[in-house]
Design a protein around this ligand. Structure first.
Ligand code: C2E
Ligand code: MG
Ligand code: MG
Ligand code: MG
Length: 278
């Protein structure tokens, strides 16, 4: 009887594995067609000055409608796009689209600062695709956008890579802002911050989740904010969902916040309405 049960479990595993592989395959195939932007769109999540309660900028976030699977989360498809190198054309598309949007807002009289997320591959040595810095400079010139109002978000894990760090320095030197994304999610090597030209530290959502219940968690947030201040960096807290979290984070001295408590990622016209409301 035990043998029978084991047999059944092995069968389930195999089914589950097949399903997952089939989905992965469908996503990878679909990404091929997304190269020119088909099915892709961008939403924009406001970033708020915690003390002033004002929207100070937005982060562009990618959305994708797969031809058969429907909406697929970036958390699922970005890693696959990175592996299949589809991230190069997609990254190029999103940079152009985001900057076009920024320029459109500007024509409506709204100079909104913006951050875009960049994958490690896009900054790596084996990069045979379009260079992020070149695209940024070219599009800013074409659209007459100021570099200082744009920021590139990079996850902290990448900063240990010399090639990536070199690219990051050049982007910073060209006058663009640099944000370290998801700070504290993985094992943070603080020494990486010594030579990092980043202007912003984005404190990961995992610190926010139980910041109210857990004093030790809150102590770490205080420490990060103090560290950032000493390094001349600003702090953004990600994933604020409740008022009591906001209160604790404001008390810890965090500068800016993002999260469902304020706004979910929005469509471009909603961003305009929001700004006109101010
Ligand atoms: P991220 O850059 O750290 O973006 C924050 C994620 O948290 C976004 O998920 C956002 O919608 C979500 N979020 C914001 N506030 C809250 C909240 O209060 N509660 C919860 N539960 N979630 C919140 P999203 O859009 O699904 O993106 C996931 C990740 O995918 C991003 O994390 C980023 O690493 C990556 N990603 C998204 N767009 C792009 C892109 O254009 N390029 C690249 N390379 N990566 C992207
Ligand atoms: Mg980000
Ligand atoms: Mg993040
Ligand atoms: Mg992230």
């Amino acid at each position: 009887q035990d043998a029978q049960r084991t047999q059944r479990q092995v069968g389930w595993y195999a089914d589950d594995m097949r399903r997952r592989l089939a989905r992965q395959r469908a996503i990878e195939d679909g990404l091929w067609f997304a190269r020119d932007g088909s099915g892709l769109s961008l939403v924009y999540q406001p970033k708020i000055d915690i003390r002033a309660g004002k929207v100070i900028g937005v982060e562009a976030l990618l959305r994708w409608q797969h031809p058969e699977l429907g909406r697929v989360s970036p958390a699922e498809f970005i890693p696959l796009a990175e592996r299949t190198r589809a991230i190069f054309p997609i990254g190029e598309w999103l940079t152009r689209t985001a900057l076009n949007q920024k320029s459109a807002w500007q024509r409506h009289g709204q100079d909104i600062s913006m951050s875009i997320n960049v994958s490690p591959q896009q900054l790596g040595a084996e990069n045979d695709g379009p260079c992020v810095l070149e695209t940024l400079i070219r599009e800013c010139r074409r659209l007459d956008l100021r570099h200082e109002r744009l920021e590139v978000e990079i996850t902290e894990g990448l900063l240990s890579n010399d090639t990536v760090m070199g690219q990051v320095r050049q982007i910073a030197k060209a006058g663009f802002g640099i944000a370290v994304d998801d700070f504290g999610r993985e094992h943070s090597a603080l020494s990486l911050l010594v030579d990092c030209p980043a202007t912003t530290l984005k404190i990961d959502k995992s610190f926010v989740d139980n910041v109210v219940e857990n004093e030790r968690q809150l102590a770490i947030v205080h420490f990060i904010v103090d560290l950032a201040r000493r390094l001349g960096m600003e702090t953004v807290v990600e994933g604020i969902e409740h008022l009591n979290q906001l209160v604790a984070l404001a008390d810890a001295g965090c500068d800016y916040g993002q999260g469902y408590f304020y706004y979910r990622p929005l469509d471009p016209d909603q961003i305009l309405e929001l700004r006109h409301g101010h």
